[in-house]
Write a protein that binds this ligand. Sequence first.
Ligand SMILES: [Fe+2]
Ligand SMILES: [Fe+2]
Length: 292
Amino acid sequence: MTSIPDLSRNRFPVRRMDFDFAETKQYWFNNDAGLTHFMTALSALFPVGERFFVDSVRAVRKNPKIADNVDLQAQISAFIGQEAMHSKEHHALNMHASEFGYKDIEWMEAFTATVLSARKILTPFAPIEMIDLAATCALEHFTALLAEQVLNNPKFQSMMAGDPVMLKLWLWHCVEETEHKAVAYDVYKNIYGTDKGSAYVLRIVGILMATTLILGTQSYFTARLLQKDGKLAPKYWLKVANTFYGINGLFIKAIPHFLDYFKPSFHPNDHNTIRLLSDWKRNLSLSEYKPS
Ligand SMILES: [Fe+2]
Ligand SMILES: [Fe+2]
């Protein structure tokens, strides 16, 4: 049995990135409209979504239960820095995509805030800071398990290989989601607990709502982008379905990992990704944390 490493002192850096999409073609993902739009639709969620993660963790970081936790506070600072950088770079990607005539993308970014406001229906049951953090934990679980799928899937990577800038952006984001996957969860765990009572119920409601809303919104965005091209035909959806939802698709393979979240004792670090991370950081020449 593999032992679970203690990552309480886990440190990771904020990496300043500035991707240049000048060479990125309209259908950069495997020369396919449906798959490219699927990724753009995902990216359209990120600028507002990542800011929401930052705000929800920042809102509680001075809570007395974690205010003096030096390790966790350092991780929170790095988490905020990483998510802010993801927000910035995905907005740049989205604006590049909009140059091909997809003017809806700015509307999609803004619409993400409307979708996130659905969480407010839970305010009669819990304080808004707790709801926001539960939503962030759920969405961080969702992104971390997809990131791990991407990092472990050479076929998926090869479909992006025609555009080295895009390949690096998505892999960099996947690495950092894996690096900081436990931060929001540890904040929630320390302040509210995670395994029983309303704290457990809220994180389960959170993952169910987050999954439904993210998949629904992202599919809707993909459809709008395909519609703009006059390519709503089944053949484009079939490729999307095969790549993401088919037997070997990214989402289907992630289901067991997704379900782990329902265990009262769940913790993101139960899933050991240390080796995967170190291999990819070396591979992508990404900097390591250096104590100042
Ligand atoms: Fe992120
Ligand atoms: Fe994240």
